[in-house]
Design a binder for this molecule. Structure first.
Ligand code: NAD
Length: 295
């Protein structure tokens, strides 16, 4: 199934990820027609002006007729509802995939709500993103050289899997396959916890300040703080859904992180210079390793 060309691609949720996928697939010449569905007419109209979509509709039966591939790029809390809305209109050839940041919950929903099409569902997660939302944030090169994780099941149809893999590779992504539990475990540590920490740091700063002192804090905050604000600036709806969908693994991360925070607190309280240097050196070594792995 190499060099597959999609006659009809359906994007449900034409935001940063859905819009960027549409632009990238179009740029790669892998699609003839792209139709979008979403909550906001204004956002969908803008997507047409931006060349993301050829058309949009609110009618699932019309959208799904003769569809080759459907991408669900909505917050993960919406996916169950959308599976149940699309299920009556799915054709046997239609492949369904998603971009959700959590995978076990999405797969569990697909099992229940897509019983006749579960083998045609290919769970996916692009490890690429930004703090902006909506179709105006879409970027053709968002997935270029970025990781894309597929978490197929034993039941997943191999042609469907190959198709989704080829399309993402056509968008410039580096595709990997792991199981859904491992995906959620990894992402809880390197994505979900860091986002939670950035958000709670902002809230901590507000809750321990008066309006005047907050202005002072923000006035003198430097580039390290800016990096935290960028992470904390992501979509609240998206992050609510991710935290709840990956609740158990995230709670484990929070518990072990609290132990780490208590440990560093003791080190500082005890004026333990050597332990502090070691803590910062270990952290620095991780950054170096991460940069080396990325290059
Ligand atoms: P976004 O807010 O930019 O876009 C989501 C779109 O879905 C919006 O246009 C919204 O109106 C639409 N939508 C919401 N509920 C809907 C419904 N019930 N029916 C139809 N449309 C609906 O969000 P995004 O950043 O593109 O994220 C989309 C998905 O991709 C999420 O599951 C997210 O977890 C995942 N993801 C996001 C990032 C990131 O960094 N933003 C990275 C990787 C994966």
């Amino acid at each position: 199934m190499t060099n597959i060309i999609l006659n009809k691609l359906v994007i449900i949720g034409v935001g940063l990820i859905g819009g960027s996928f549409a632009l990238a697939v179009r740029k790669a010449g892998l699609v003839k027609h792209i139709i979008g569905l979403g909550r906001s007419k204004e956002n969908l109209q803008r997507a047409i002006k931006l060349g993301i979509l050829d058309e949009f509709t609110t009618d699932y039966s019309l959208a799904l007729k003769n569809a080759d591939l459907i991408l669900l790029a909505v917050p993960v809390g919406q996916i169950e509802k959308i599976f149940s809305q699309i299920a009556p209109y799915l054709e046997s050839k239609t492949i369904i995939t998603d971009a959700g940041s959590t995978k076990q919950d999405v797969i569990a929903s697909a099992r229940v709500f897509l019983p006749n099409h579960f083998k045609n569902f290919v769970p996916a997660h692009p490890i690429a993103g930004a703090e902006q939302s909506g179709s105006n944030a879409a970027n053709t090169d968002l997935f270029q050289d970025k990781a894309l994780i597929l978490t197929p099941l034993d039941e997943t149809n191999t042609d469907a899997l190959e198709c989704v893999k080829n399309i993402w590779q056509g968008c410039g992504a580096r595709v990997s396959q792991i199981n859904a539990y491992r995906h959620d475990e990894i992402l809880s540590a390197v994505s979900h916890l860091p986002h939670l920490l950035a958000a709670t740091l902002m809230n901590h700063i507000v809750s321990t300040s008066t309006a005047d002192s907050l202005d002072d804090l923000l006035h003198f905050a430097g580039s390290g703080f800016r990096d935290f604000t960028r992470i904390a600036g992501s979509s609240p709806e998206m992050w609510r859904d991710i935290c709840l969908a990956n609740r158990e693994l995230l709670l484990k991360q929070i518990d072990t992180y609290q132990e780490e925070l208590a440990r560093i607190r003791r080190i500082i309280e005890n004026h333990d210079e050597a332990a502090l240097v070691k803590a910062f050196s270990d952290a620095r070594a991780i950054r170096k390793k991460w940069l080396t792995n990325k290059s």
